[in-house]
Design a protein around this ligand. Sequence first.
Ligand code: 3H9
Length: 721
Amino acid sequence: MDASDRPNVTEWPGRGRGAKIAVMAQLSESVSLDTTDSSVAVLTVDNPPVNALSWHVRQGIFDGLNQALADGASAIVLICAGRTFIAGADISEFGGTAPKAASLADMQEVMENSPIPVVAAIHGTALGGGLEVALCAHYRVGLASSKYGLPEVNIGLLPGAGGTQRLPRLIGVPKALEAMTSGRHLPASEAAADGLIDEVVEGDWEALRAAAVSFAERAVAESLPLVKVRDRDDQVTDVDPQIFADFRAKIARKTRGFLAPEYNIRCIEAAASLPFDEGIKVEATLFMELMTGPQSAAQRYAFFAERQANKIPDIAKDTPTVDVQKAGVLGAGTMGGGIAMNFANAGIPVTVVERDDASLERGLGVVRKNYERSASRGSIPAEAVEQRMGLITGSTDKNDFADCDIVIEAVFEDMELKKSIFTELDQICKPGAIMASNTSALDVNEIASVTSRPESVIGMHFFSPANVMKLLENVRGDASSDTVVASAMAIGKQIGKVGVMVGVCNGFVGNRMLFMRGAEADRMLMEGATPAQIDNVLFEFGFPMGPFSMSDLAGLDIGWKAEKSTSSTVRELMCESGRRGQKNGMGYYRYDPETRAATPDPEVEEMIRQFAIDRGHEQREVTDQEIMERLLYPMINEGAKILDEGIAIRGSDIDVVWVNGYGWPIYRGGPMHWADSVGLAEIAAKIADYGERLGGRHWDRSPLLERLAAEGGSLAGHQNG
Ligand code: 3H9
């Protein structure tokens, strides 16, 4: 670079507004080198939003290290501007064609082999490739608020830049196993205790930079060793192989179907049994296998799909949102209680209203028990139980909603009841408050129509258990204002949900597609498939459970009344014979009273068979392949209709709903992504065949699916507006 090309003054977002410093060299569009403060060269990466390792960052750091060495610097500090240290490789470059630049490995080699100390200065999060770069520095200092992790497993990968070999060398095999298979972000205090970082710095970014420079100066003055993590073998010598076997058994249930956790474990095994360079080869081979496979492609797709879902095309980014200082929830049942917990967990006071003291006491008792269970498991600190309960105020008077910024109604699914409640809320809620319904299927426009302010009404559909499930299906009414739409999404984010905005129709996106799957599952029971066979096909596909196990879990008697039961459905028969599901140990399955393990019940199978024969259904063998197609293809067809009607903004939003709310395995991306991978033409043809054979509205082919199949288009990539 010619000296005249180098800007000598620039502004840095990380240094506070207006702060200016002299800059010696702008090495690439995102990296600069500053040696004006001392003989310590400071390399700064500035690649918003998260300083990902895009090609120009790799090249810039590579050039910067070489230039600092050539310029005779005494030490080098690597720091990032903006909100975070390097948060990983640039995922958007994967599988693409980024311009050729220095490889990550080349850059890391220069850093690790530098003859002068290199210190990484970390704020925000050092994740994935970011942490792997920092592990090649000789020392690491981090702000007290910084976090550390190798979360590649969450996008179906393993750390492919030496992380699998270096992390266990620093923090030991057991911790590395846990960190790499969970992707957990370790707080600075833990990272320091584990030896991952060498100094914790209190204060702001300026303090971090100053501390890193003085650490580097001290390293020079005291001739501290140039520590290469690759050479530290004490933590990976004589590791008991049983550790790996035990760990595999421990995570088996949680990671069923996923390749990446197992591949991460294999790399750590390699670290514990092979020399560093051999371990790196194992890492490279397994990384490439994952990177080019369908699971990681699906998980990377899901990562961006989730972020994309936040964007609503006709709502400006700067639309003002309601600042929720206080929330209200109507109903303290399973749903209402779970919703209230979300607000309390986020530190927002919440008023919960029930119709009488007994129901209120019961509901809040369940909430307390949930918190106590979390505390006893160690997932929240013991003192959080009282703190969070202290944020929840119970009442039997709806007038207590008067000062709430948002009220969410969570009573049962009855339109008349909801209308009467919204009529009352209209009288009580303060101007500008959001009035939300947690309906799972009803018409939000009809609910809004009874109020004098339909612009304040929106659907916010939580999933049970609402304190656990990530999905929040927000349902935009015809009159919902921009502020209310933007606020619903912002509030979802604030309380840790994955929000998706959908339109009004029966069942919205998730349940509408689920209805189709349920209808076909019931039909196949009549043709001779057993509940266990149907459930098993979905389980093998990767769902946590199938429709019949799910019904047993929810309770077969929901909405069932003995006096009105007429043996006209399988479900009625089951209830009439005393089967209530898991809660009394008998449902579609029999449940072991101790272990709750399910076994198929021959009595139930016979009951279903007889019921079907009595109604004239011929019995036959239904293959697993047919079961899979008949369960999943009508969902895809319905998804395409939902997309065509504009109920979902984009195909990927449908996938976000199914992955986060209905247990669709993330390594298959979601129904739209999966349909694309199977081939839309093949699916469209099968739907036509089944439609002809079986009939039924859910087999009527979606015109959008037909069109995309003919054009070679994509459902996941389809976007409205
Ligand atoms: C890796 O490192 C592989 C190496 O081992 C081996 C290489 C050989 N790339 O989440 P946010 C975008 S794999 C590209 O809303 P937050 C994101 O799409 C990587 N883009 O913010 C969004 O864009 P937009 C390992 C990325 O504050 C914007 O940044 N690292 C990347 O809630 C803001 O994101 C990871 O897996 C990326 N790596 O959370 C970390 N990361 O505004 C993945 C983010 O256009 N990232 N973007 O929608 C995260 O976990 C979170 O983004 C983070 C910030 C915690 C950093």
